[in-house]
Design a protein around this ligand. Structure first.
Ligand code: ACO
Length: 159
């Protein structure tokens, strides 16, 4: 449940001239090279508390009707307080407002908590990209004792 500081959290789009919070983005995606590719076509939203950036969410336009949340991360000390949910709901509302009909979010086969959270917020599994993390990341990744191999894509209708 949100704590006492929940109401003091502000979410806003990052200006082009502001520093991108790579420290947070790298919590969700260990490849800076891949992050830099999707940042070119995205808007970065940050969650701030007392001028400190504690969360980030990257909304990328794939085409006229489909957007994708490419990256969502909350600073470790602030996780489990509802901020991720707040950022996901914010990105969903913005995508809908901008006229997108479908919102996609992807994670790994090993990301049990993330799969739980996204489905809880209404995303449904749509596709599995076999061996995506083996083919695109230099180092093996393990989560919850499971090898991160496949990308699970989930989508939500915004109609
Ligand atoms: N393991 C278990 N449960 C989790 C996890 C997890 N990793 N993450 C969220 N949950 C559950 C919470 O327990 C909570 O459950 P409840 O509603 O039943 O109480 C629910 O999901 C909502 O949690 P929030 O507090 O809103 O989520 P949080 O602020 O911690 O943000 C996030 C979730 C963004 C996944 C955060 O944990 C994080 O930054 N993790 C590291 C980076 C990461 O893995 N990002 C996602 C990668 S995929 C992508 O970027 C598209």
């Amino acid at each position: 449940m949100p704590d006492d500081h929940f109401n003091k959290i502000n979410i806003r789009a990052l200006d082009q001239n502001e520093t991108v919070p790579y420290n947070l983005l790298l919590l969700a995606d260990p490849s800076k090279a891949l992050i830099d590719v999707y940042l070119r076509n995205s808007i970065v939203y940050i969650a701030e508390q007392e001028n400190k950036t504690i969360g980030v969410c990257v909304l990328c336009s794939l085409n006229k009707v489909t957007a994708e949340i490419k990256n969502i991360a909350v600073a470790t000390a602030y996780q489990g307080k509802g901020i991720g949910t707040l950022l996901l709901n914010h990105a969903t509302a913005i995508a809908k407002e901008q006229g997108f009909r479908t919102l996609i979010i992807s994670t790994a086969n090993s990301s049990a908590g993330q799969l739980y959270l996204y489905q809880k917020l209404g995303f449904e599994m749509m596709e599995i990209r076999k061996n995506f993390f083996i083919d695109n990341y230099a180092e093996p990744i393990y989560e919850n004792g499971i090898r991160c191999k496949d990308m699970i894509m989930l989508s939500k209708s915004l109609k």
